[in-house]
Design a protein around this ligand. Structure first.
Ligand code: ADP
Ligand code: MG
Length: 339
């Protein structure tokens, strides 16, 4: 099963870390992130602001190098590409759509010329480039807007042209960072429908970052990033909606519906994240108790926290460093005396 999954894995992020250093302060944008995206998959990526979504997109797009970990896209290890290979990767193999229209499109160029620009940079010009650009305008349902400049297009139309620009050099992977962030819900749905169509008809692998909680309805799978790490995954599963009352029902008497199930990610070292909301509601601190129950594990806040090793460790460290102990008798002395 694992081998089969790995064989069809198109994007593999393995234990990714990204540390940004600003002045003397280090920010850990990615903290051991693991993510696998299958070939031809349409994945939604959600998470609070600052959780590392854009950093992940930039790493996948070859725009930012991770501080540690591996990124493999279609068999190529991005960390091992030469400068020239990386430029080709960014220009041809991956397409980007950003949230801000201004970042996607050049304001003084027509929609058609915006699409031709990345082709020109990759060395494709002339009639062939023109034909491809017009074809893409049809694909995004805007054949009548070829000569319009961005300012003459609505927000939704701008994002659809941006998708056409991203597809100009026929990338294998499309990365969209909050492409509907500035759009109303009806216009957002049109953009999602387009992305879905590109995925289904052309088999394009697509990752969409979104703050939109309804994204699950538009994609096959949603992963949630929390503090730079994959925390949970929402999968679409079929469940029985209704079944014939007849005792002799057969498969065709059953109707199914999709429902969404959120699964917590357990990494290879056995780590999982307990959502902050649960930790706060249940009064979790830095130690918990685990109890194996029938078919599962019960996790609850640890009792008598002041006696846990974390407190003892801090105390011992203080004593070893010769700092003044809070406890008059000295924990180290007590531990030594115990033997
Ligand atoms: N170029 C950068 N320099 C310094 N810190 C950065 C940089 N890019 C992102 N960060 C920090 O990394 C964290 C994750 O940011 P980002 O990936 O943009 O999150 P998101 O897209 O989920 O809002 C944030 O704390 C952010 O301030
Ligand atoms: Mg972002």
């Amino acid at each position: 099963m694992q081998n089969k999954q790995e064989a069809s894995a198109f994007v593999i992020c393995d234990d990714l870390y990204k540390i940004f250093k600003v002045a003397d302060i280090e920010v850990m944008a990615l903290q051991g992130l693991d993510l696998t995206v299958g070939r031809g998959e349409l994945v939604g990526i959600v998470g609070a602001s600052g959780s590392g979504k854009t950093t992940l997109m930039n790493v996948l797009g070859g725009l930012t190098m991770p501080s540690a970990g591996q990124v493999i896209v279609d068999g190529a290890n991005l960390l091992k590409l030469s400068t020239r290979e990386l430029t080709t990767y960014r220009q041809v193999e991956v397409g980007f759509v950003w949230q801000q229209g201004s970042r996607n499109l050049i304001p003084y160029l027509s929609a058609l010329d915006n699409i031709k620009l990345p082709m020109t940079l990759a060395g494709r010009t002339g009639r062939e480039a023109d034909r491809r650009a017009r074809e893409l305008m049809e694909k995004v349902d805007l054949p009548h807007r070829c000569d319009h400049r961005p300012i003459q297009l609505s927000g939704g139309e701008q994002q659809r042209v941006a998708i056409a620009v991203a597809l100009a050099n026929e990338p294998k992977l499309l990365l969209a960072d909050e492409p509907t962030g500035e759009l109303d819900s009806t216009t957002s749905d049109q953009v999602y429908d387009l992305l879905k169509r590109l995925n289904e008809e052309d088999g394009l692998t697509i990752c969409i970052v979104s703050h939109d909680p309804t994204i699950a309805q538009h994609v096959q799978r949603v992963v949630q990033i929390r503090d730079g790490k994959l925390a949970s995954e929402t999968v679409r599963r079929p469940r029985v909606k209704s079944r014939s009352e007849n005792a002799e029902w057969t498969a065709k008497d059953v109707s199914w519906e999709d429902h969404f199930e959120e699964l917590i990610v357990l990494d290879s070292a056995g780590r999982l994240q307990i959502p902050k909301q649960y930790r706060e509601e249940l009064g979790f601190q830095n130690r918990v108790e685990m109890e194996v129950t029938e078919g599962g594990i019960l996790i609850r806040p640890a009792q008598n926290l002041e006696q846990t090793s974390s407190q003892a460790e801090i105390q011992i460290e203080r004593e070893i460093r010769g700092e003044e102990s809070e406890a008059p008798s000295g924990l180290l002395a007590r531990l030594k005396g115990r033997k």
